[in-house]
Design a protein around this ligand. Structure first.
Ligand code: PLP
Length: 231
């Protein structure tokens, strides 16, 4: 099942790239494995997946421990609490969910202690949903400037979680807005900041996100099937 799903998603990404005149090599598929067992990650690895997304620090650390494969890139995509930073700062390939100076400062200080630099994205709540984390688009440049002064943190781009919508076409304006914000900030040439990564699009809307310039899509259900949460 996973193998078939991966082929379908990859094919859809290629088609979306074609429609947008983009090179599919520009798009990284992050297989979101949260709540899913290690066996399923292994199965995806056998099909060539190298990028995995987790939203909980503890779960990610547990999985890294049983899958100590150096070729795997672990993306932390969920909300990060400052007191958990120390556990992942040298393990996450990219932290997608930085939305405050305080959190970035904690990442910086933990990274210093471990003698690493940590790559991060700024999470932007483009749709302005109250239930979601992320900063307002209007606050983005200021936060980027503040974080850019931290020595052991590198801003690599922006991330957003669009609303769930039966019709993914409705999310296109949000993706367009995040891309525009990325280009605008990139044009300011802020030291220590690169705006190469645009992390947007999930199972429901990744094709639209790719058409609008996503460099990283985060697909869980479309690869591993529905998640079951123990309530
Ligand atoms: C769970 C999650 C995803 C994947 O969602 P699907 O709809 O299952 O593809 C992507 N991004 C974030 C931040 C998530 O928490």
């Amino acid at each position: 099942m996973i193998s078939e799903n991966l082929k379908t998603v990859q094919n859809n990404i290629e088609q979306a790239c074609k429609r947008a005149g983009r090179n599919p090599d520009e798009v990284t598929l992050i297989a979101v494995s949260k709540t899913k067992p290690v066996e399923m990650i292994h199965e995806a690895m056998l099909c060539g997946s190298t990028d995995f997304g987790e939203n909980k620090v503890q779960e990610m650390c547990n999985k890294i421990e049983v899958i100590p494969d150096k070729n795997i890139r672990w993306h932390l995509i969920g909300h990060l609490q400052t007191n958990k930073v120390k556990y992942i700062v040298d393990k996450a390939y990219l932290i997608h969910s930085v939305d405050s100076l305080k959190l970035a400062q904690m990442i910086d200080s933990c990274a210093k202690k471990k003698n690493v630099t940590c790559d991060i994205l700024i999470e932007v709540n483009v749709a302005g949903e109250e239930s979601k984390f992320g900063i307002k688009p209007s606050e983005c440049e200021e936060l980027v400037r503040q974080i850019s002064t931290l020595e052991n943190v590198r801003i690599k781009g922006l991330m957003t979680i669009a609303p769930f919508d039966e019709n993914p076409e409705n999310n296109r304006p949000y993706f367009k807005e995040l891309k525009k914000l990325l280009v605008d900030i990139d044009n300011k040439n802020i030291d220590n900041v690169s705006m190469g990564i645009l992390s947007m699009g999930m199972t429901n809307d990744y094709e639209i996100a790719v058409e609008e310039g996503a460099t990283h899509v985060r697909v869980g259900t479309g690869i591993f099937g529905q998640r079951q949460y123990n309530i």
